[in-house]
Structures are given as C-alpha cells and as structure tokens.
Ligand binder design. Structure first.
Ligand code: ATP
Ligand code: MG
Length: 348
C-alpha cells in the first residue's frame, strides 16, 4: 500500500516527528479548547460505548450506592491514555447526581492544596485526582485518613509546640486515574475499594464512536469509512476523534464535504502517513531500524535508541506499547525482537 512505500522518505528528525505525531494518545495542547473535547465526552453510561464489563461493574456499584444513599466506594481507574478514564469518572458523578471536583496530583503539592480540595465538601461528592501516581508523600499522608476515616489531620504550629487538629469530613468518593498503576504507592492502592482497568477498544466499537462524534460535529461519513478510522486509531477513542477531525479537514480542503467515504479516509491518512494498522512514521522507523541494523533483534533498548537518535524512555513509553499490543514486537530477556507479523506488514 502507498504508506508502506513511503518509508524511504520518512527522514524527518525524530524530534519533529514526535512533535507532530497524530497517533499519540496523549491529550495534545492543540486540542484544548477543552470545550471541544468535552463536548464529545459521553455524559451517561448509555452514551459510553464499549467496555461492557466495566460498565456493568460500575453500574451495579452506582445503583447500590444510590439505593443505600451512601457514597460510592473509592475508585481507581488505570490504563493507557485516551481510553476514557476521565470520561467515565464524570459519568459516574452524573449518574450519582453529585458534583465532581477535578484536580491532578501535580496541583496537590502543599498541605493547603489538599485542605482547599477537601473543605466544603458536600456529602457523596466525587473528588477526581488525575495522574494519581504523582502524589507526593505529604499529600498521600493527608489523604490516607481522609479516605479511610473521613478525617483531615492538620498540623498547627511548628516544632515541639505543634498540635494536630482533626476535622471530620462528610462521606465522599475519591476517584484516582493513572496510566502508571505500578508507580502508585501500595498503601494508596489498597485504599481504593474498586480498581478497574480500561481496555483498548475493538474496531467495531471505535466505528460506533466515530459515527457518534461525526454526528456531534456535523459530519456525514459512511459506515465503511468510520470502520477504517476505527482500525487505524490504535484502539483509542481520543485518536479516533483526532483522525476524524484531520479527515474532515482534508475533505473540506478538497471541496469534497458531502459524505466522507473510504477513499477520502485513505487519502487523508496517507498524507499523515498513518497506515491501515495505525502505525505512523516513528513506528516504522523503529521497526526498520531493528530489522536493518540489528537483523530483527534481539537487541537492547539503548543501542536501538542510539541508532534512532531517540531517548530510550520515550521509545519505551510512546513507541513500544502499541507495537507490543498488536504483536509486532516482543520483549524477551535478551532484548527486543521484531515479529514475523511486523515484517509481513512492512513487506520486508
Ligand atoms: N467509551 C467511549 N465512548 C465514546 N467516546 C469516548 C469513550 N471513551 C473516550 N471517549 C472519547 O475520548 C476522549 C478521551 O477520553 P478521556 O479523556 O476520558 O481519556 P483518559 O483515559 O482520561 O486519558 P488520559 O490518560 O490522557 O487522561 C474523550 O474526550 C471522549 O470524547
Ligand atoms: Mg484523563
């Protein structure tokens, strides 16, 4: 296919490619106006597509909490970026009919940040803490009694005259979200009554998500075309929505805005060098380098990163997870190995 033959021309600097990656699942600042992203967020369980097991489990817990008039148990969401952790947290607040106070761990550096978060808390409200693995120790130690005993322990004064004053809190639900569950301290992890992983979505569910977004932004698209986007977005709704916007841009400029079909998707994504598996130029450079310079592996991450002029940590967190997920790459005790499926895809 056209994309594969374009590999030879993929010679931009790694930095430039990283900056421009369309298939990066992280929220890009260019996509804030958050209102734009927010307007696409499903607001109810019914609106939230896929993740059926998760919806069933959470639906039962929410119904039970409502029936008993109690706060929902503390809840931890983990999984790769862009799969709906924040969205599901907002839905739960909506379904419980309570407010959600939204913050993230880096904004909770000082005790007064935690106090600000917890004062005036109304019964059964949600507190959503994003990137919860980044909480510092002071923040964690203030949150432990708050989560467990609904008590905020404040130290007043300093040194030998310091006193602890306890303030009682109403029942509330803490919702933590993270892409790095292994980095959460274990006492913090143990305080969540419900822990749920968000999974990558299948192409069918992503097709439905693309159709829904197209409706919301007023774009007409065929079912085949939204399925194509669903196949190329790395199992990730955020990327699906982003690809749809880029395809819409392409169609607008081509003056071909009646209905987006497979041909338009193909042409638009060829321009962005996103192939039919969702691989972009960075992924292909990575695999090609493993094949051409290291005979397909096994090879350690460091020499690979050196050959590509990339930072090893970036390769590990940004490029590798998707390649591992689709079985194009294996991590063995002796190093990274390219699979037969990857070679077949790249036609080498
Ligand atoms: N199940 C879904 N159905 C429809 N749209 C979804 C679904 N899940 C996510 N989305 C869309 O994808 C976007 C990204 O989701 P969200 O911000 O909740 O991801 P996240 O897991 O919190 O990501 P991060 O780890 O970067 O914070 C949302 O704005 C929403 O439009
Ligand atoms: Mg989020």
């Amino acid at each position: 296919m056209a994309i594969v033959s374009s590999i030879k021309h993929e010679s931009e600097s790694p930095k430039k490619q990283r900056r421009e990656r369309l298939v990066n699942a992280n929220l890009l600042t260019e996509e804030v106006p958050l209102t734009k992203d927010d307007s696409l967020r499903p607001r109810t369980f019914d609106d939230f597509i896929g993740q059926l097991d998760l919806k069933e489990i959470l639906g039962i817990s929410v119904k039970a909490a409502l029936a008993r008039g109690e706060a929902l148990d503390h809840l931890l969401f983990y999984g790769p970026p862009g799969l709906g952790k924040t969205t599901m947290s907002m839905i739960i607040a909506e379904e419980l009919g309570v407010k959600c106070r939204v913050t993230s761990a880096p904004a909770l550096e000082r005790p007064r940040d935690i106090v600000g978060l917890l004062v005036n808390l109304q019964p059964r409200e949600l507190i959503f803490i994003d990137e919860i693995h980044r909480l510092n120790r002071i923040a964690e130690e203030l949150l432990y009694p708050a989560m467990e005993d609904r008590r905020l322990d404040l130290t007043i004064g300093k040194g030998s005259t310091a006193k602890i004053r306890s303030i009682s809190l109403p029942p509330f639900t803490m919702v933590g979200a993270t892409t790095k569950p292994a980095s959460i301290s274990s006492p913090m992890r143990d305080r969540f009554g419900i822990t749920q992983r968000l999974e990558f979505y299948n192409a069918k569910d992503l097709q439905t998500i693309v159709q829904r977004t197209a409706d919301l932004i007023g774009v007409s698209i065929t079912l085949e075309a939204s399925y194509q986007i669903g196949c190329r977005c790395r199992g990730t709704p955020r990327i699906a929505n982003r690809l749809l916007r880029r395809v819409r841009d392409f169609a607008t400029v081509q003056g071909n805005m009646t209905t987006i079909d497979e041909k338009i998707v193909d042409e638009a994504l060829a321009l962005h060098r996103v192939d039919h598996k969702g691989l972009d130029a960075s992924d292909r450079r990575f695999l090609k380098s493993l094949i051409d310079l290291h005979n397909g592996g096994p090879v350690g991450l460091e020499p690979l990163a050196a050959a590509l002029g990339e930072d090893p940590a970036t390769l590990e967190s940004v490029v590798e997870p998707f390649l591992l997920q689709i079985g194009f790459l294996q991590r063995t005790p002796r190093g990274r190995v390219v699979t037969h499926a990857a070679k077949k895809h790249l036609q080498v």
